[in-house]
Ligand binder design. Structure first.
Ligand SMILES: [Zn+2]
Ligand SMILES: [Zn+2]
Length: 262
């Protein structure tokens, strides 16, 4: 007779497979972006996949800006020896490195903001896989993962924090400890939508803090900060400053999509 544990394992494995099959029957897999029926869960259809612009090397060693997007500046060697873009040379960012999976454009906007056509947990599992690839070096160096927080009022309106879902999925994939409540948003900030880079910076300055009960967990550690979309970098920079003044040794950033100026 098989040991009890092994038997239970087999039964639960079969049960999971049956459940998966049942789920496929009820909810046939759909493209994460456009909702087209496809033959695989948590994936993109061929057309949506082809439309996505994945950020690729060579890019700024600090903020991850692809160099084909920074035509005004020849890349220069920054303090750490890597090639930096003009913006990072002029203004040293508070984070050490930032990396993005996708360029934020019409094709990725629907995917990033939607989560509509698929189970959110499944979609964030796919996004975490992509993030793990672009941020492999960052993950290897970091001790903790935490999301950019939403103010409770906005969380209430939206019902979920996308950054928190991504952070949780990446923690699960990478094995790095996740601290979903590490940072708090001290005040609700007006929507960043139409603000200039300078206004965005002032808008979020001092808006974040380390939760007092989490300071010990952060002290001397290297934090990997996760967000859905990075626009000017004002939000992740404000979070990085808060984490550093809360005792973090350094902060790296990974986002699903990044807006690039034309
Ligand atoms: Zn599609
Ligand atoms: Zn840069």
């Amino acid at each position: 007779m098989a040991p009890k544990g092994a038997l239970r394992h087999t039964v639960s494995g079969t049960a999971v497979a049956a459940w998966r099959g049942a789920v496929d029957l009820i909810l046939p897999p759909r493209c994460l972006s456009c909702g087209l029926l496809i033959d695989q869960q948590a994936a993109l259809c061929v057309a949506c996949w082809a439309a996505m612009s994945f950020v690729s090397e060579p890019c700024c060693s600090r903020c991850g800006l692809p160099f084909d997007h920074d035509p005004g500046h020849d890349p220069h060697h920054g303090a750490e020896g890597g090639l930096s873009c003009g913006a990072c040379l002029r203004n040293d960012p508070p984070f050490q490195r930032a990396r993005a999976v996708l360029r934020y454009d019409d094709a990725s906007r629907r995917l990033v903001l939607g989560f509509k056509h698929a189970d959110r947990t499944e979609a964030s599992g796919t996004f975490a896989l992509w993030m793990e690839r672009v941020a492999a070096d960052l993950i290897a160096d970091c001790d903790l993962i935490a999301p950019v927080p939403l103010h409770w009022r906005r969380l209430f309106l939206r019902r979920y924090n996308q950054a928190a879902l991504l952070s949780e999925a990446l923690a699960k994939r990478s094995g790095l400890p996740g601290l979903p409540d590490l940072l708090v948003r001290r005040r609700a900030t007006p929507s960043q939508g139409r603000l200039s880079a300078d206004r965005r910076r002032r808008n979020v300055a001092g808006a974040f803090a380390v939760r007092p009960g989490r300071r010990d967990a952060l002290r001397g550690r290297r934090l990997l900060l996760v967000d859905g979309v990075m626009t000017t970098g004002a939000t992740v920079s404000a979070c990085a400053r808060a984490a550093l003044s809360g005792g973090a040794a350094a902060v790296d950033v990974v986002v699903l999509a990044r807006a690039l100026r034309d």
